[in-house]
Design a protein around this ligand. Structure first.
Ligand SMILES: *Cc1c(COP(=O)(O)O)cnc(C)c1O
Length: 435
């Protein structure tokens, strides 16, 4: 697999280079030169395959020249070691639960696969790989737990002090080993600025082999295609031929992976992009004008993105043809008030507790179904995180129904270890150099 940059179609880099750099120097995004089709026979019989088998088939179709079959199989079995079940709510409505991994969010798919791909390419290498990551909550946990114990790597996570939920903080601070966490006296943007400054610093780059675990990394996108195919397989087993996916979207990596899956041959009839008040993409699909805005804070804070970094990739996937995207992707946006009403509605109607991001996807599914009463396909909305990561949003009666997964109970017994820093770069640099 060779890749080009969305800013330079003549550039050619290897998969390995794209993985370690995350982003080309021209600030475009890496895209595969060719998007291979999965074999029709595989898609026709996909209901007979398990999630790891589906994941392996997709990964080997893309990466057979990069990672030999035997190694790739081992890598996949290690990375994709949890389920992504489709749960039925009513005759046509399903929720695809993507929160059964170690950090209880769908980002585990991307982070676990990426960490293992990096470790695979590092295996004959002496120099430690230093991963720097800024997080507003979910990314950090997935990256920390994805890299935990992975040989030859060290992860430094910056999170805004006091601004992540308890479960999110525990996932960042109780790991030890090759993971270190820093509480920054500032905002998520301050954390991100520190990481960017570190990447631009000559002295740090001379001393360390730095990499970002950025959400635009191609090795995070690929494994997110796995669960779309696997959901389709589950629905085929239930007798459906046609599927609609509704995706709660912030940086548009998740839905981008769905669209990549579509290009590889996944028979999907319609995608639905669901956003909160950060509605750059819905506005674009309506007006044709792509205008980013500073992000605003909402209940679904993992989707508080004013300039979705993966959108360029989606435009590139469809050769900048807005009308092609408009046909395949319907977009809806919802306010905090609607989100809360959605959480209550799902609870009352289905006795199901959904996180705010998931509730937005549910509302979009419902809006689509109302506008398209003759569409009899399975409507599947993606649940991107376990509810226990966002407890501040729920009314007390719903909060009382939330069960903490066993792995969270375990975290509470572990000591929290983290350093504290201000938001000045000099302090962060000194910290890095001293360790
Ligand atoms: C990251 C995240 C999202 C947004 O996913 P994108 O790929 O950025 O669109 C949605 N929900 C949760 C819980 C997340 O952590």
């Amino acid at each position: 697999m060779k890749l080009y940059s969305t800013n330079n179609k003549d550039l050619r880099v290897s998969f390995q280079e794209a993985v370690f750099n995350s982003m080309p120097q021209d600030k475009g995004l890496y895209m595969p030169l060719e998007i291979p089709q999965l074999e029709q026979d595989f898609i026709d019989h996909i209901e007979h395959y398990s999630l790891p088998e589906i994941a392996y088939t997709i990964a080997s179709t893309l990466l057979k020249d990069e990672i030999p079959a035997g190694d790739l199989k081992v890598l996949i079995e290690d990375a994709v070691n949890f389920n992504a079940p489709v749960v039925k709510l009513d005759e046509e409505t399903f929720v695809l639960e993507l929160f059964h991994g170690p950090s209880l969010a769908f980002k585990d798919f991307g982070a676990r696969f990426m960490s293992r791909v990096m470790a695979y390419f590092l295996k004959d290498d002496e120099q430690l790989l230093d991963v720097l990551v800024a997080t507003s909550g979910d990314t950090g946990g997935a990256v920390a737990l994805g890299f935990l114990g992975v040989a030859n790597t060290r992860v430094t996570i910056l999170f805004p002090k006091g601004k992540v939920s308890e479960v999110q903080r525990l996932q960042l601070t109780t790991n030890g080993k090759n993971i270190r966490a820093i509480a920054v006296d500032g905002t998520f943007d301050d954390c991100q600025t520190l990481v960017k400054q570190a990447f631009a610093d000559n002295e740090l780059n001379a001393k360390f082999r730095l990499t970002s675990a950025n959400s635009i990394n191609i090795a995070r996108l690929i494994p997110q295609t796995f669960y779309y195919f696997n959901a389709y397989a589950q629905l085929k087993r239930k007798g459906f031929k046609d599927v609609v996916f509704a995706v709660p979207s912030g940086n548009f990596g998740n839905i981008g992976a769905g669209l990549l899956a579509y290009k590889m041959g996944l028979p999907v009839h319609q995608f639905i992009a669901a956003t909160n008040a950060n509605d750059t993409v819905p506005r674009f699909l309506e007006s044709g004008v792509y205008e980013t805005k500073p992000s605003v804070q909402t209940y679904a804070n993992a989707m508080d993105v004013g300039a979705p970094s993966n959108w360029v990739r989606i435009m590139d996937l469809f050769k900048e043809d807005r009308s092609a995207i408009q046909g395949l992707v319907k977009a809806y946006r919802f306010t905090d008030e609607q989100t809360l009403a959605g959480i209550k509605e799902i609870f009352e109607k289905f006795n199901y507790v959904a996180c705010p991001h998931t509730a937005i996807a549910y509302l979009a599914t419902k809006a689509y179904a109302e506008e398209n009463p003759n569409d009899e396909s399975a409507k599947v909305f993606l649940s991107t995180a376990h509810v226990c990561k966002f407890p501040e949003v729920f009314p007390d009666d719903i909060l009382a129904k939330i069960e903490l997964p066993a792995q969270v109970e375990t975290l509470k017994n572990n000591p929290e270890l983290f350093d504290e820093l201000g938001k000045e770069f000099e302090g962060f640099k000194k910290y890095l150099l001293s360790k």
